[in-house]
Design a protein around this ligand. Structure first.
Ligand code: B12
Length: 211
């Protein structure tokens, strides 16, 4: 269990080799991958984020932590896949225009993929035009929008309006998420749902398709 505490420290300090080594040990120790992500890796990212907010860490440190988290996450991704489930539907996901944060969005994408959804991950800094083109091309059942900045979260509203204008709003459910988002905001901009983490995103996606 010592490895898991060291994993938190490794991500907080942005030490990629140590994060990878500790993740390998945690996997060998059969610690639940979702618990590794939620209780250690994401918590380390929250801590570096609050240090940044308080002027105790700077962008290079955020980048180092992000690199360590991504490296560790790569090892866990295959373990998030449940092969015994049929395809559940098609999902287009991306981080909205102006926003480059992708760790949480990629985690949501991996969990959805692992739960049987076909996921088209468009990446970061995605315009409404690109979202619409992808939804139409792939006949997506759900569109997932991610934003981590209070300045970019408002672009989600633009995407939803553009989808309405394009005449495809009744064909696709829209889920939103990211640190500054909450359900009141989701309601306000006309999204179909919000969830605060990747596990809840899977339940929400299933729920939306059943409704
Ligand atoms: C790592 C990081 C960076 C990295 C990003 C690397 C990368 N490839 O993603 C870098 C260094 C590039 C970066 C840059 C900046 N960042 Co930054 N960053 C962070 C940090 C520390 C962690 C984010 C993270 O990865 N968290 C871990 C993941 C797992 O959590 P998550 O993203 O929240 O995702 C979960 C949920 O939100 C949800 N979710 C996410 N998306 C979706 C989508 C759907 C559909 C659903 C259902 C759920 C869902 O599920 C996820 C998994 O559980 C946060 C602090 C924080 N605590 O959020 C600041 C933070 C977001 N950044 C911040 C800032 C200010 C910036 C910069 C402006 C800094 C600068 N001066 O340059 C730039 C902006 C660049 C840009 N244009 O986007 C501020 C934002 C403040 C604000 N109010 O807007 C924060 C909050 C830090 C702070 N406390 O001040 N950042």
């Amino acid at each position: 269990m010592e490895s898991i505490d060291k994993l938190y420290e490794a991500i907080l300090k942005g030490n990629l080799p140590l994060a990878v080594e500790m993740t390998k040990i945690a996997i060998e120790e059969k610690i639940d991958p979702k618990s590794i992500i939620d209780n250690y890796m994401s918590k380390a990212m929250d801590e570096i984020g609050s240090r940044f907010e308080n002027g105790k860490a700077f962008v290079p440190e955020l980048l180092m932590s992000a690199r360590a988290m991504k490296g560790a996450l790569e090892l866990l991704k295959p373990l998030l896949v449940d092969n015994n489930i049929p395809r559940a539907g098609t999902i287009v996901i991306g981080t909205v225009k102006g926003d480059l944060h992708d760790i949480g969005k990629n985690l949501v994408a991996s969990m959805l993929e692992g739960s049987g959804f076909e996921v088209i991950n468009l990446g970061v800094d995605i315009s409404s035009e690109k979202f619409i083109a992808s939804v139409v091309e792939h006949k997506a059942n759900i569109l997932c929008l991610s934003a981590l900045l209070t300045t970019t979260m408002n672009y989600m509203k633009e995407v939803i309006r553009a989808i309405e204008t394009a005449g495809v709003r009744d064909k696709v459910k829209i889920m939103i998420g990211g640190a500054p988002i909450n359900s009141a905001f989701a309601k306000e901009i006309g999204a179909d749902g919000y969830s605060s983490n990747a596990n809840a995103a899977v339940s929400l996606a299933k729920q939306l398709l059943a409704s």
